[in-house]
Design a binder for this molecule. Structure first.
Ligand SMILES: NC(=O)NC1NC(=O)NC1=O
Length: 176
């Protein structure tokens, strides 16, 4: 699907939530909330509304968003229970074709990370390959909790931007 912003702006909220409800993984409440901010001037304005809503949440809310994300190469991938978006992203970065040693390494590092922070490691899979993801996962583990919370939320916003771009035509300067 690729609609223009004018089409987005006239969607009833039921349709808006159905179409955009997973731009932040399993957080349709965010989409439902920003519907109030219509009309959006362009795609960037919609993205900004989502970003500002997230930034205004208490730290517990931001951690809640992170907790709605499935592990990379984790149980949901193995059992086929990822959302369509997440499945495509994880496949795009090779998370679905790890060898058994890599699967174990990911699982161990993901568990270590969750144990330390109480939320999962989140990274925009479409902007990283397998080697990069594994490196970041081990490098980020020793960080402070507040640093990782902020870092994870930055990644959520990158994931969101790419998911939005799959749904809405990007702003073009010569189009009114
Ligand atoms: N844990 C985590 O980063 N999950 C994800 N990242 C991404 O790009 N899609 C996801 O589901």
């Amino acid at each position: 699907m690729n609609m223009d912003i004018a089409t987005v702006n006239v969607l009833p909220y039921e349709d808006f939530v159905n179409i955009f409800g997973n731009v932040v993984e399993k957080c349709p409440i965010i989409t439902a909330a920003v519907w109030s901010g219509r009309p959006f001037l362009n795609l960037t304005a919609l993205e900004t509304a989502i970003s500002e809503f997230i930034d205004a949440l208490p730290e517990s809310g931001k951690e809640g968003i992170l907790r709605c994300h499935p592990d990379l190469a984790g149980r949901d991938l193995q059992s086929g229970t990822l959302t369509r978006e997440s499945r495509e992203e994880q496949a795009g970065s090779g998370m679905d074709v790890l060898n058994s040693a890599e699967v174990s390494r990911m699982a161990r590092l993901n568990e270590e990370y969750k144990e330390r922070f109480g939320f999962p490691f989140v990274i925009c899979a479409r902007m990283n390959d397998k080697a990069n993801i594994l490196r970041q996962l081990s490098e980020r583990c020793p960080n402070e909790r507040a640093v990782e919370r902020a870092r994870g939320i930055e990644e959520v916003k990158k994931i969101c931007r790419l998911r939005l771009q799959d749904l809405v035509l990007t702003d073009s300067p010569n189009k009114l």
